[in-house]
Design a protein around this ligand. Structure first.
Ligand code: ADP
Ligand code: ZN
Ligand code: ZN
Length: 733
């Protein structure tokens, strides 16, 4: 007797044995095919890992599988290998990892094929006279079919008032037939380009040459200041691989925010460019996935999860804005798509390029260590010049709705020149919170250790951490006073103030609240690109990848907000954000200026950043990390736990640490930090704690994590807490 060993999407880190379904010869099944099985009270889709002759479970206890869903595995060998590698590296249950690597419809057990649309049409010699006078509704239906010689779907028939149950009657009489309509896959000609590529400058040419030089695996860090023409390097390197009949995969942080990048790919290539974005239906997503797998889609652009898209002829992988933390999944299967891209490129023996103006400190480290080949673009492309920085010391300046008087004067100056102004404020809403002027009470969230943000439109209090909302109180919760005042400024408030200061100039706010509608971002961009004077005010949504050729002044209102963060990466994030925002200025022929309001105008990090640039800052930062034994000079993992009772999560982690630390066989060199309450201990009603593990040796760290997971899974107390493991965390909260 043979058994099927399956990976099942479940929190349990083990495989499950099943008896094969009847009339199935297990020896003929390939690993990777999907198998529908009963699991608890549900039916789930598992993935075949092995066929074995032995099971540790007695055969009469094993349930039979319901059905084998595939003849060939949906995921090619390389993706299966990648997902298995990732499950192991990120210490995530294999079944769940494999499931997440598949499109949703395949997870649910749908057939691994394109959407076949079933249509109806009349038979070639159907004649309405063949129907008797009494069959009025059948006559109507047949007339409808005769009007649609190319076929009509059942949905469309119903929409026209036709009676679909009568279709069978017509079919029985030989008057109608159903057929399957295949959605066409575009055929394209031999000319892969729509438009001629730009003439590259020397730095760009060297980069393209390096990326396309030798076949096989190679990883590159392409560090180019904003506006240096990185995208043009991507386009021309991709052209090289396309001409060899290969495909390119491009990962970007957030597609909704970068319609321009997608548009540039579509404008350049006369080939199917597909985009895996969040507005796709599950059906469209599967079709796109199949096109990539079969090689009809040649250029695939997607966000994090697109790293698992199979490619028939892989040519090259690009990670745009590689420093962006959205490549790391922050819950469940906590993989980093950037790091997986390097692994995948290695498996598939192709080049991978990490592009950015502001490399993550760990990528810089990898480049310095020679693990990545370092390509640099130091010049802005075309005629654009680098922006000039000014630190605006606001220690003695009163702020009006977040704006200092010297800044308002500069905004006015630029608007008078007929150009555009961009204002960056990393806080949406009207004000960070509401305070009682009489007793100092603050509007706190009841479920989090956080203030609630005051929003004006619509008027309410909103917690940005747990999403809870409540009406704005009329009286202070604590002393009953009606003297409630908003504290600080968010984008809504500064927008209002700017509109009052400049009544004849359009003020356009860009944050999560104004861009929710589909195409909202595109409409805003269209408006800005008309080029008339305007003020853009927004959050980091404005920082990513946009081109604003008419913007000559960029103002950063709270440049130092991340300087004193509890997270050791606070400084790195602040620097990246400042430079990304600054990069929006003066991209075309207009010289740009960046004004940063700060209370710390003499802070060495800020000054080195603006006088010497990101590279100098980053090298200094890396030096400090190495000295302080922080990542990337050591490897790090984090255990998180949360529970509804205060202290329970911390106790759980503490017990784990004690048990493992006293084990004499524990791996060498693993350091424990904590457990400690998380920096925001209470969130969404749960009390959270964390325990950090650090080690120079990756293998020992993973061995210890393995032990921890085994211990935690066997711990009856683990049921009272939710715990998770995060390997290479990017966020220390
Ligand atoms: P990045 O991605 O590095 O921010 P882009 O590739 O978007 O830079 O290029 C910035 C601008 O410079 C774009 O408008 C682009 O068309 C233009 N550009 C890029 N390379 C060249 C070149 N070699 N010659 C002229 N213009 C260029
Ligand atoms: Zn009060
Ligand atoms: Zn909350």
């Amino acid at each position: 007797m043979s058994y099927l060993q399956l990976a099942i999407p479940s929190p349990l880190r083990r495989l499950f044995d099943y008896r094969p379904p009847r009339e199935c010869s297990p020896e003929q099944l390939s690993p990777g095919v999907r198998v529908k099985v009963p699991f608890g009270r549900r039916e789930v889709t598992g993935i075949l890992i092995n066929v074995t002759q032995h099971s540790e479970v007695p055969p009469d206890k094993l349930k039979p599988a319901i059905a084998v869903l595939d003849t060939t595995p949906p995921m090619p060998e390389s993706i299966l290998k990648l997902a298995r590698w990732a499950a192991n590296y990120y210490q995530h249950p294999l079944g769940d990892a494999l499931s997440q690597a598949l499109p949703v419809l395949l997870r649910k057990g749908d057939p691994c094929e394109y959407a076949h649309q079933h249509l109806w049409r009349s038979t070639p010699d159907a004649d309405i006279a063949q129907l008797g006078k009494t069959a009025a509704r059948q006559r109507e239906l047949l007339l409808l079919l005769l009007e649609h010689p190319n076929g009509i779907s059942e949905d469309a028939i119903r929409a026209e008032g036709g009676q679909t149950p009568l279709l069978k009657k017509l079919a029985d009489k030989g008057l109608a037939e159903s057929f399957i309509h295949n959605t066409d896959h575009h055929q394209h000609n031999d000319q892969p380009l729509h438009e001629a590529p730009l003439t590259l400058n020397t730095e760009q040419q060297l980069a393209v040459n390096a990326i396309t030089a030798t076949p096989g695996f190679k990883s590159f860090l392409l560090q180019g200041v904003t506006g240096s023409g990185k995208t043009e390097v991507y386009l021309q390197a991709i052209e090289h691989f396309i001409r060899q009949g290969k495909q390119a995969l491009i990962l970007v942080p957030e597609i909704g925010l970068t319609p321009q990048t997608v548009a540039r790919f579509k404008a350049r290539f006369n080939l199917p460019v597909v985009v895996l974005h969040s507005n796709l239906t599950d059906r469209q997503r599967l079709d796109t996935w199949l096109q990539a797998r079969e090689g009809t889609a040649r250029i695939i652009i997607g966000t994090r999860s697109a790293i698992f898209t199979p490619l028939k002829n892989p040519g090259v992988i690009f990670i745009d804005e590689e420093h962006d933390t959205s490549f790391k999944q922050q819950d469940g299967f906590r993989y980093n798509a950037r790091d997986l891209a390097v692994m995948r490129a290695n498996f598939e023996q192709i080049p991978v390029v990490l592009g950015t103006a502001t490399p993550a400190i760990e990528s810089l480290y990898n480049a310095q260590q020679g693990r990545y080949h370092w390509l640099k673009l130091n010049q802005r492309a075309g005629n654009a010049r680098a922006p000039e920085f000014e630190l605006l010391d606001i220690r003695q300046q009163p702020l009006q709705d977040g704006l200092s008087a010297p800044l308002v004067a500069q905004i006015k100056h630029h608007l008078q020149q007929g150009t555009q102004v961009l204002i960056f404020l990393n806080r949406r809403g009207f004000a960070p919170t509401l305070m009682c002027h009489d007793c100092g009470w603050l509007a706190d969230c009841k479920r989090c250790d956080a203030h609630m943000t005051l929003h004006r439109k619509p008027f309410h209090l909103h917690c940005h951490h747990c999403d809870s909302q409540r009406p704005v109180p009329i009286k202070c919760d604590s002393c009953g006073s009606t003297e409630l005042k908003p504290v600080g400024a968010g984008t809504e408030r500064t927008e209002e103030a700017l509109q009052k200061l400049f009544p004849s100039i359009p003020v356009i706010r860009v944050d999560r609240d104004t861009t929710q509608r589909k195409n909202a971002m595109q409409q805003i961009m269209d408006r800005v690109h008309q080029g008339l004077p305007c003020i853009l005010i927004g959050t980091q949504m404005l920082a990513k990848g946009h081109h604003f050729p008419k913007v000559t002044l960029v103002a950063i209102l709270n440049a130092d907000s991340g300087l004193f963060s509890a997270d050791f990466r606070g400084m790195e994030r602040t620097a990246q954000l400042i430079l990304q925002v600054a990069g929006r200025a003066g991209r075309a022929d207009h010289p740009g200026k960046v004004v940063m309001q700060t209370h710390h105008a003499d802070h060495p990090t800020i000054t080195s950043l603006v006088t010497e640039g990101y590279q100098a800052f980053a090298e200094q930062e890396l030096g400090q990390r190495i000295a302080a034994h922080l990542p990337p000079s050591i490897h790090c993992a984090m255990l998180r736990a949360e529970a509804s009772h205060p202290g329970a999560a911390e106790r759980f982690l503490g017990t784990l640490r004690n048990r493992l630390e006293s084990d004499i066989l524990q791996p060498q060199g693993v350091q424990w930090l904590g457990p400690l309450p998380s920096p925001m201990e209470k969130r969404a009603g749960l009390f959270r704690a964390q325990l950090v593990l650090q080690c120079r040796d990756r293998k020992n760290l993973h061995q210890q994590l393995h032990n921890i997971i085994r211990e935690a899974e066997g711990d009856p107390d683990a049921r009272k807490v939710r715990w998770s493991v995060d390997v290479d965390p990017v966020d220390m909260f």
